[in-house]
Design a protein around this ligand. Structure first.
Ligand code: SF4
Length: 427
């Protein structure tokens, strides 16, 4: 910690490795030169001394990160070459945690440096985090501090600029002022929360969680859009695309185009396609000016009419699933990974509405899956929701939006009414 930084740790968030092997599957593990040298020097049982599967990755440093010069190769089945048949890391087993690649030691923890300290969190790409299983992060302070030192060594120049925060495009927001708003946001995401009921996901400022998880009033996405609306009171000059005179495109058509674009970006059919997470802003802009007769959603290799969504039935999400969605939103807000330098440079209002819409997207995806598998009305398996959240987290992690995309999102997400309408669609 260099003796300086204050580490903020979220309450109600648990993690210990579940040994599922999921994080050692499919995704490239970048290596620094030191990682590569260390691994090459180890006599790993069943492996040649020279690791033949190392791929030169060209993932050299950007935005303050130390250069990752190569990546671990995968076996033909997509798993890391060092993953044993019982889903254990052979390097860890033989030589201890410190011998593993830096990225493997860092995962799933995240750290957000700010002028008021460092906010620790964890990624929902991890099974342990999705299930909130293991020890509370608050009881892992020493480990988190060591992991933060590792993070600093990997990202020595990372210094997110929090000076340019905006409440809404064109209206600046000081960091101290933001922190006051954040306290209210975290409190609201904890109060009345189904999240805490089964997984003790509550903030320090909230100790009771009594509401029914099935109450649509307390659905996470509605809380988020409601918070955005409340916070909008501070906007000096309100602008709303829905109310622009002369704009022919109807608000609901704009909703459908936004949902279509975000669904393609965050739930692509081919997750390995290059730039799969990018939004086609030129196409979106054309559609806004000249909307197609029918807006269609790309889903599972086919096309679905957006208007049919209203006729599809969403099965019931149980308390554990609702809790996961609430915890996801809570941690995004806690870690500040949803606006400003934390996500795409969005303003606070657009960031909150975006967060609301992506939670709605999880329900929309499940609705589409229910319809396809003809399982409407029944209770949704928690695993189904967890895999949607995992996919979303992975896409958010790789999303790197152009200035045009950011501008487009800023305009489309300035309206909490839009986020509310999309939440209705997802019900
Ligand atoms: S090196 Fe170990 S922890 Fe890292 S991806 Fe491979 S098996 Fe998993």
């Amino acid at each position: 910690m260099g003796g300086e930084a204050i580490l903020h740790i979220p309450e109600g968030i648990n993690f210990d490795c579940t040994g599922c092997g999921n994080c050692c599957f499919s995704w490239p593990v970048p290596l620094t030169d030191d990682d590569l040298k260390r691994i090459c020097s180890l006599e790993i049982q069943g492996h040649q001394k020279e690791p033949v599967h190392v791929i030169k990755a060209g993932v050299a440093g950007s935005s303050g990160q130390r250069a990752f010069t190569s990546a671990l190769g995968k076996r033909a089945d997509g798993k890391c070459q060092y993953l044993s048949p019982d889903n254990r890391c052979q390097i860890h087993n033989q030589f201890g945690e410190e011998a593993k690649p830096s990225m493997c030691r860092l995962f799933p923890y995240t750290f957000t440096p700010t002028p008021a300290g460092v906010w620790a969190a964890a990624s929902f790409a991890s099974t342990g985090v999705l299930y909130n299983s293991g020890r509370p992060l608050t009881s892992q302070k020493e480990h988190l501090m060591r992991t933060y030192e590792l993070f600093q060594s990997l990202y020595p120049d990372l210094a997110p600029d929090w000076t340019g925060l905006q409440l809404v495009d064109g209206q600046s927001l000081g960091f101290e002022e933001y922190l006051k708003i954040e306290t209210r946001l975290l409190s609201a995401l904890s109060e009345n929360s189904a999240a805490g009921a089964s997984s003790s996901s509550s903030s320090s400022s909230s100790s009771t969680t009594t509401s029914s998880s099935s109450s649509s009033e307390w659905r996470t996405e509605k809380i988020l859009s409601g918070l955005a609306k409340q916070t909008s009171i501070q906007i000096k000059q309100k602008r709303d695309l829905d109310k622009v005179p002369g704009l022919e495109t109807k608000p609901r058509t704009v909703d459908s185009l936004l949902v279509s674009s975000l669904l393609t970006a965050y739930f692509p059919d081919d997750v390995y396609k290059e730039n799969a997470c990018e939004i086609d802003t030129a196409q979106l802009a054309r559609s806004l000016v000249m909307p197609p007769a029918k807006v269609q959603l790309q889903f599972d290799g086919g096309l679905v009419n957006f208007s049919d969504l209203n006729n599809y039935t969403l099965g019931r999400l149980n308390e554990q699933a609702e809790s996961l969605l609430r915890r996801f939103a809570y941690l995004k807000v806690f870690s500040k990974l949803y606006f400003g330098p934390g996500f795409a440079g969005l303003s606070l209002i657009a960031g909150l509405n975006h967060l609301s819409v992506i939670v709605s997207l999880v329900r929309i995806v499940i609705k589409l899956q229910n319809h396809k598998s003809n399982t409407k009305g029944s209770e949704i398996a928690f695993e189904e929701v967890a895999e949607c959240v995992r996919m979303l987290e992975r896409r958010l992690t790789v999303a790197s939006y152009s200035r045009e995309t950011k501008t487009m999102l800023e305009v489309l997400l300035s309206s909490s009414e839009r986020a509310e309408r999309i939440a209705m669609l997802a019900s």
